[in-house]
Ligand binder design. Sequence first.
Ligand code: H79
Length: 459
Amino acid sequence: MPAAVPQNTICKFGASTSGRTSAILNSSFRQPPTHLDDNQDINAEHFRKDLSMQASERGLKWFQDVRFGMFIHWGLYAILGIEEWVMHTRRIPVPEYEMLVGQFNPTKFNADEWVSIAADAGQKYMVITSRHHDGFSMYDTALSEYKVTNTPFGRDPIRELADAVARRGDIKLGFYSSLLDWHHPAYRFRQESGLAWSDYLEFLHGQVRELCTNYGEIACMWFDGDWPHHKLDESNMHFLPGGSFEYEQLYGMIHTLQPDAVVINNRHEAPLPGEDIQGFEQDLPGMNTAGFNTTQSYGLPVEVCTTINDHWGYSSADRNTKLPRRLVELLARSASVGANYLLNVGPTAEGQIVPLHAARLRSVGAWLRVNGESIYGTRAGVIAPTAASVSTHAGSMHYVHVLNPISDELVLTGVPETVSSARLLRDDTPLELYRRGAETVVALPFELCDPLDTVVVLA
Ligand code: H79
């Protein structure tokens, strides 16, 4: 069914559009953008030519060392309990969707509780939707009245989360920002409203400036909703941007205001200059179960994001919550290829992380408390993956993650010459190790295996 453009589209929640775009785009970008196609021979150096267009070394190291974060999709859509795309999939007209504003009152929201769930899970950063494709701002933006502080709730949950992580000091907050906006008149209804694409750019860049200015030091800006490779048909022409997103200015502004923050843009194609991290959505690099992950890795640090069940936003019908074993596997497999793992939860309209999800997260945390050395601060493994295992390493310490024990022996290739001993990470139990030509064999009796992931240290 084609999306009918609602007649009554510009409403009391329309965005403020005063001022000129150029006034806010005053960042220090110095290099013209380069558009890359997938066949170009490029590497990480390509993206790092201009210091104003990258995160600091400190920020990049921090980001890679922490390895595990919590993704949070929370917005008006939680009230309907279907998913975050419900406005599009059910073709809900803007004025009807706006009725949700009057119903949003998550009285059980407690920022400290959310942060403590992340901490218990061993997660070191939290990325929350500041505004998803539905266009509703989950913080107290000065650039729109279509925002959380105009609901019966009346509070700014992102302010409360920023304060809660600041109280702890060991977890950073980062922001998801949609590039696509199904509500903003200058994105979707330029003809009806008489607004220009530059009005949307002013709003988008202005919101990013707010997020980079008003909430302390942040972990990242995480963009989504610009997918040049995806073909649009008449049912989703309202996804179409009205011009360039002016990424050079946008990224330059972020790197200037937040030197340690990394920039991620979930575009499903080769990264652009100014993007610090290459993201993969619902797939490990090299896999393509989602259908849109055909991109190779380009040598940038990587982040894999997945849902804890089958939806990003809260879905009351979703019964497919992943087991701790699967979550640890995704974390270990991500780390084994040098990637962070950003694991999503979709809190309820009452403001709670679903208790089952919190319990699963805490199970991962229990495993990490014993085995964290094999994840935090590590880099991609040099020992070749097998049907049973993947590996990570930190300096001369090599960590074999046995995810699917097949026999009582691990037969490994690529084990560095310096390695002469094997032990279990969890309790230092020594394991027999011998060389057999190019292979290294480690005895791992099945009785010693952890149902989640048995970590063997080779040193
Ligand atoms: O925020 C979460 C999702 O809502 C959002 N990204 C995560 C982090 C997301 N959902 N889907 N996608 C991103 C990409 C999907 C693109 C497609 Fe399409 C949907 C391809 C085909 C259908 C866009 C819409 C292009 C054609 C139609």
